[in-house]
Design a protein around this ligand. Sequence first.
Ligand code: NAD
Ligand code: UD1
Length: 346
Amino acid sequence: MILITGGTGFIGSHTAVVLQQAGYDVLVIDNLHNSEREVISAIGQITGREPAFIEGDIRDVSLLAGLFKTHHIQAVMHFAGLKAVGESTQIPLTYYDNNIQGSITLLQAMRNAGVRTFVFSSSATVYGDPQRLPLTEDHPRSATNPYGYTKLVIEDILESLYRSEPGWKIARLRYFNPVGAHPSGLIGESPQGIPNNLMPFIAQVATGQRKQLNIFGNDYDTPDGTGVRDYIHVMDLAEGHKTALEYCNAQAQTLLTTNLGTGQGYSVLEMIQAYEQACGKPIAYQVAERRPGDIAACWADTTYAKQTLGWKADLGLKEMCQDGWRWASRDNTGQQKRGQDSFNTD
Ligand code: NAD
Ligand code: UD1
């Protein structure tokens, strides 16, 4: 059985689908801080069986100890965390406690239970402002905000742990910009309040929830002046996790650190155009000030992931926008819809 922390969240839920469809049993723990319980039944609808679910916090020592005692857990995929950069500057202690202390508590419980396979959600944010592109895994790391620091620190904790005793199989996966949704339209990203990230914001302009997109700067040193990012379909990312888990399982011990991106950068204007194609509507926008802390451009070197995992992203911008739009444009009583629809990709 694979324990997925944060498994009702955006990336964790898609990974749960891919693992279940590959035949793994999945146990999800999530405190539902940024997700809903209904995601579990949606995963059930897609895959034909619901994963086991515990509503709880990864900082709860006794809950975790009990969980490892009562379930035969072979590996942990650790998605649970807070992820809003702006919020992390306002409530840094909450971020350090949730992300860093949460990870330590989880790793201690694993260690006590003799479980030593761990796949961690790191981020391209650890590269800071790129000194060169594409970003290779040996690019110097830095952080400019508490969220980014939590990723740096957890990466370092994992390295110390790996070096402290034999047998750990650890994957540190540095995601670029995950977007899109499962093609069923039954699970996707559900940001609370005003979305921080580009794609969910564009989606809300398309549905009429927001009047227009603010493009944060069009005077960057990029082909059209707007920011360039490496957007990756969440289903490709989920497949990357399965591959990383299988890679770990095949080693006696390992500390794998790899990018998960497409290697291709798109600008904000290109994303708007692609989304307009997918939803068939114009996306209203205006150019606004640069967002503090933003970088001009960022995309992955994918060579190492291909070489070590034999993994590469297959889905393009079209699928990212079409699948994202299918999810965003579901009727707003999404939970009822999940109850009515039947979708099984098996
Ligand atoms: P998400 O918010 O959708 O999912 C995270 C889940 O973790 C949520 O369901 C939340 O309720 C849960 N959670 C948070 N703290 C918890 C705790 N203490 N105990 C139990 N559950 C807890 O976010 P996501 O986009 O799916 O991101 C998953 C991971 O990937 C995060 O660690 C994030 O930092 C990392 N990441 C995300 C992105 C991105 O753009 N989405 C990019 C790079 C890295
Ligand atoms: C953000 C986070 C980063 C995190 C990443 C993946 C910040 C400063 N950085 O990065 O730490 O790892 O998400 O989740 O929040 N844009 C607009 N208008 C908008 C929103 C975004 O023009 O309303 C632009 C941005 O300036 C950027 C691009 O769209 O050029 C992508 O932005 P976003 O989706 O927030 O991702 P990142 O900035 O890459």
